[in-house]
Design a protein around this ligand. Structure first.
Ligand SMILES: [Zn+2]
Length: 510
């Protein structure tokens, strides 16, 4: 049977009120659990009394979260009377929810069972994730530009592949090749040996792993040589001089360890072995899990391989296979067009905006707390400086001693000023970020187009459950569970002549 925990909290103001006492909350939760076939886990009741719900620093909640982290394998859900019990502001709420989600534990509030999975809740989740992603995107963009230039010029930009090391170029010709990768003097020769042994076709992958470990091939970070690393290495064109970078192949200027023919031979050996049912390597294909075959309803999968020094990437139906291979870019571009069909009403955008403002309020709260801490430190230092002045004046402190003390205090003061300026800057950034995101939410197609792959998956998940593919075309889409009620209520409109899949269980036909 499924196992659950109960969290209950009562604030000082509520303590007197009837029906909200800790005992009453626990009883209601227990009844609900029984009706829904849940068992109370051992020592499964957590409570906080008389503490304010404005922060997460509550002993009952903290031990509950620790239990969730330590014991999640034996648990299925946490029950609360309503979501206010957990946290008073959205940020805390989301971070607590994230802990539950990470450990696959449901949060069930028995008086408003659907609140967490409401479209608004999901939207805010995604908007907030988007705000964070956007921030790292902005800081990441600069570095990725330089990296791209580097790769275009033929120099690897990143951690050296297994068998190579990152090193300083003794004779750089430009900024782009100051740091390069060179063969690892210890592992390099062993990697060469590994390719040759595998190319001889007398080793299975498992046997090769054992053989190479015997020969002393150890991963860079130590530990045991793993099959996945050997597999990945044998598949990587880097070793004959070609770099794979963001789905494209680039000629590299690094020293190859093997020749192209040896590499090709290894690929052939591996493909022959693979036919005997070894599992496929997983790449991150954007549309995996979203695209389905219109003929057989089966799942499409993403796949990539290198043939004649060219990279092929496609999606195909796992059961029909023949004739379903479709170029990745072709399908991914079509998905963008589907995003263009979704439009948000002004009213709904306003609704989201005001929700986002709430989030912002709580962000402001934390920044203000940080600021206050820094201001307090500043005051303390100023007090010390004044005390030193007093001591100098009354003669208890010598002039040179006074000077060294104040110099140290002044420099501490400078540091705090810098920190202070950061806190206010961060806040203003936060403001433009969230507001901009809501604006962006209204231009869904562009937002999706501009997003990094990880965020794209979030947006896909927010809007769509499935795309049906036939003859290389997406012919229909199924809205996500979050979007369905919004479409029904008219908060989102979808400009579609035909296409949303009419389903028995829905009335979503346009
Ligand atoms: Zn099929």
């Amino acid at each position: 049977m499924k196992q659950g925990l109960i969290y209950s909290r009562v604030s000082t103001e509520e303590q007197a009120k009837e029906g909200q006492s800790i005992a009453a909350q626990i009883n209601l939760c227990l009844v609900f659990m029984e009706q829904n076939s849940y068992l109370l886990a051992k020592d499964g009741i957590y409570k906080d009394e008389g503490k304010s719900g404005t922060n997460t620093n509550r002993p009952g909640l903290q031990t509950l979260l620790q239990r969730v982290i330590d014991d999640h394998k034996n648990l299925d859900a946490v029950f609360i009377l309503d979501t206010d019990r957990l946290a008073r502001n959205t940020l805390d709420h989301l971070s607590i929810k994230a802990i539950f989600q990470k450990h696959s534990i449901k949060l069930i509030s028995i008086s408003q069972p659907m609140i967490d999975d409401s479209p608004e809740g999901k939207f805010i989740d995604v908007v907030l994730a988007g705000a964070n992603a956007l921030q790292s995107q902005i800081t990441g963009r600069k570095t990725s530009k330089v990296m791209e230039q580097k790769v275009k010029a033929g120099w690897w930009a990143g951690v050296a592949p297994f068998g190579y090391i990152n090193s300083i170029n003794p004779n750089p010709t430009s900024n782009l090749n100051k740091r390069i990768v060179t063969p690892d003097p210890i592992r390099g020769p062993l990697i060469i040996k590994m390719f040759k042994l595998y190319a001889s076709s007398s080793f299975s992958l498992d046997a090769l792993v054992i053989k190479m470990a015997d020969l002393g091939l150890i991963p860079k970070n130590g530990g045991k040589l793993q099959k996945s690393l050997v597999h990945h290495t044998l598949r990587n064109p880097f070793y004959y001089g070609t770099m794979m970078w963001k789905g494209k192949l680039e000629k590299g200027k690094h020293k190859p360890l093997i020749d192209h023919d040896t590499w090709l031979l290894c690929q052939r050996v591996m493909n022959t072995h693979n036919q005997n049912g070894s599992r496929k390597r997983k790449h991150n294909f954007l549309l995996n899990g979203f695209i389905y075959c219109d003929d057989c309803q089966g799942r499409y999968f993403g796949e990539q391989h290198i043939k004649k020094d060219k990279l092929y990437r496609h999606y195909y139906c796992g059961s029909c296979r023949r004739g379903t291979y479709t170029n990745i870019d072709k399908l991914e571009k079509q998905v963008e067009k589907w995003f263009a069909k979704v439009e948000m009403t002004e009213e709904y955008a306003d609704e989201l905006r005001s929700k986002a403002k709430d989030i912002l309020e709580s962000i402001r709260g934390t920044t203000n707390e940080e600021r206050q801490g820094l201001v307090n430190q500043k005051t303390a230092i100023k007090t010390k400086i004044r005390a030193a002045e007093d001591n100098l004046l009354d003669g208890t402190l010598k002039k040179d001693k006074y000077q060294s003390i104040t110099a140290r205090l002044e420099s501490e003061l400078d540091k705090i000023e810098v920190e202070l300026s950061k806190t206010s800057r961060d806040y203003s950034k936060g403001l433009t970020r969230v507001e901009r995101l809501i604006d962006m939410a209204q231009d869904i197609k562009q937002t999706y187009h501009d997003a990094e792959p990880e965020m794209k998956r979030e947006y896909l998940d927010l809007f769509f459950a499935k795309f049906m593919v036939k003859d290389g075309k997406i012919i229909a889409a199924l809205p996500s569970e979050y979007i369905k009620p919004l479409i029904t209520s008219g908060k989102l409109t979808v400009r579609i002549k035909n296409g949303w899949l009419p389903r028995e269980d829905s009335n979503l036909e346009p």
